[in-house]
Design a protein around this ligand. Sequence first.
Ligand SMILES: Nc1ncnc2c1ncn2[C@@H]1O[C@H](COP(=O)(O)OP(=O)(O)OP(=O)(O)O)[C@@H](O)[C@H]1O
Ligand SMILES: [Mg+2]
Length: 389
Amino acid sequence: MADFLEFQGVTKRFGKTIAVNHASFGVKKGEFFSLLGPSGCGKTTLLRMLAGFERPDEGRICLDGKDITDLPPNKRSVNTVFQNYALFPHLSVFDNIAFGLKVAGRPKDEIESEVEKMLRLVQMEDRADHFPNQISGGQKQRVAIARALVNRPRVLLLDEPLAALDLKLRQRMLLELDLIHDEVGITFLYVTHDQGEAMSLSDRIAVMHAGVCEQIARPAEVYEAPKTSFVASFIGDTNFFDGVVSACPEPNYCRLSIGGFAEVLCYNDKQKAVGDRVNLSVRPEKFRISVDPPAGAAPRLNVLRAKVEDIIYSGNHTNYWVSVGERRVAIYQQHLAYLLDEKPIRWGDEVWLSWHADNGYMLDDSAPVDESLLPPKIPQNAAAAGEAK
Ligand SMILES: Nc1ncnc2c1ncn2[C@@H]1O[C@H](COP(=O)(O)OP(=O)(O)OP(=O)(O)O)[C@@H](O)[C@H]1O
Ligand SMILES: [Mg+2]
């Protein structure tokens, strides 16, 4: 069955730039769906095509079974909340929210009751007669959301709506947005470059990179089972191990020979064969690091020797940088119990590094990733700095 909202092979070019490249995906009715990606990856362009402010060069956009690609913005039943609120400065909070209903020529008492409902929803009842310059950024954003929702759009588009707010307010607004979404049950299409926002709010996320939707999945799936090296490095931190399959000792598992460093076992959901190249992503928190060898003989546990290059204590966890052969590996280890933790790990220690084969994830591509998206490298002079301590 077709989805409530569908992008079918939607492409948009600006001169030589392909802002959106064959976007094809569906959004379900009532879903909180996010477009997540770095600046310039095409998020706003995709949203503007849905709103009707931009025309696709190729492809179609359908809403509730109807092709809306050629409809003007006001005939689409979608409303947008922008980053900069765009409230009318000369109108009160009440009149800002009432604006759409007045333009539509609704009766006065209906306008009043609808606006009051919205004021309650966004908790601005006591500010109805204030003007935009008399309320805070977070309050302006709530008015902007109320103004869009009062028209009862079938899809609410939100383009980085929290970007102008400070961190604390953003966190509070995230919770409020979530509540508003639950309450109104409208389909939300949310644009952000902030992975935390996308992860905490969304039913599903489309991760965009250079105009392409590289993965569309639930937040946990995007994090735990990234499809591409871009997704693995943009969302959270990761370690890449590229190698060649040297053996397939059991169904669904293969051994990777990783240049100059080791043989490791990994889950082979892609059915790779001996000789195939593989790019593996292992998240830093999936490793265990210990002075003593890991106890017991857990099946499919990879165990390697490593040398500690750098340690950064962060309260609830510690970041370790270790070298294994020529590779550097980032590890996050939580402190489960103060003073009861295992033997302390110090800079320069030879340690044991272990992780379960199921915790490494094979990627679709082996393309080099943008270095700026990876965790920071160990400083070249770490050894010297460590000695000086
Ligand atoms: N009107 C336009 N004319 C020319 N190029 C454009 C136009 N609008 C967008 N672009 C280009 O298309 C690409 C995608 O832009 P878009 O605004 O969709 O990115 P974005 O993901 O929303 O980025 P940001 O997170 O910075 O808002 C960029 O390279 C941008 O420069
Ligand atoms: Mg944008």
